[in-house]
Design a protein around this ligand. Sequence first.
Ligand code: CAA
Length: 300
Amino acid sequence: KRPAGAPDKSLARPVSKVGIVGAGLMATQFATLFVRRLQVPVVMTDLDQERVDRGVAGVHAELDNLAAKGRLDSDTHNRLKGLVSGTTDRSEFADCDWVIEAVFEEVKVKQDVFIDLEKIVAEDAILATNTSSLSVDEIASVLQRPERFVGFHFFNPVAVMPLIEVVNATKTNEATVATAMAVAKNLKKTVVITRDRPGFVVNRVLAKVLGESMHAVDTGTPIEVVDSALAPMGLPMTPFELLELVGLKVGVHVLESHHAPFPERFFESANLDKLADAGAKLIERNGKGEKTGYTKEFKQ
Ligand code: CAA
């Protein structure tokens, strides 16, 4: 196996049409970035037409915002809107050379998506997962051509966070890594190549911070004390604001996926599990999005 360094750039394949599986919040952010930076057709799919329509409308709204801020001229704005489409029929991915998923963070769900995609896309199309907490090798284990499969991990908010982790899994080939690097560069992101390890690089550290913060609350420190203690530490967000940003369910997955392989080193949080299951919030906010308090639902 080659060392985890940069691959030969000349192996990168061109990307002339992008497919995005999912049309939710994450997928909308992906689609906006891909269409804006690559300026190629981007097609989103989801389970029903309503979700698809909402996703496409979300991308159009983001492009409208960029135009209103003067970041897209009116010709480009209109052209980019025309490049985004949505469908419930994944067979429209047939001529995509890059497909990325933004579906539920569960191995079986993602595997089923990729099994299906392999029946649709060309042999050398790249398939990418945005998983933040699952093993890329495990997802790839059901694929016929795992060499064209790669982790491509964005951070939230996708438009603003500069980094992408390209996960070079055991069977990923050099052309796939080279293409992923080129795509990341064209998206104007900084890229690191990581191996398929729990948390890759960034979430390994974040899981520690989030898990320790939740553990402090779970063992009796009031949430507002932990939050306000960390607020002046120079971080752009407190751990609880970050948990809200990524979504409590994603937070639970991140903690679980570190606790399972390293139970001595990483905490899970029963309180976080319950709040996530209930679709509840950690932080209470007013209509303007300003923080007004914290959940009263913790059992300590
Ligand atoms: N979507 C799109 N753009 C957004 C956005 C969003 N959700 N939130 C903020 N922005 C944009 C704003 O439009 C603004 O852009 P312009 O300057 O171009 O107009 C810019 O970001 C700055 O926004 P604000 O001035 O409103 O706010 P801020 O200065 O407080 O910055 C922040 C907001 C960038 C989110 C900052 O708080 C931050 O960096 N937070 C840390 C985020 C972080 O750590 N993310 C990683 C999470 S972990 C993860 O995602 C991995 C995982 O797998 C779980």
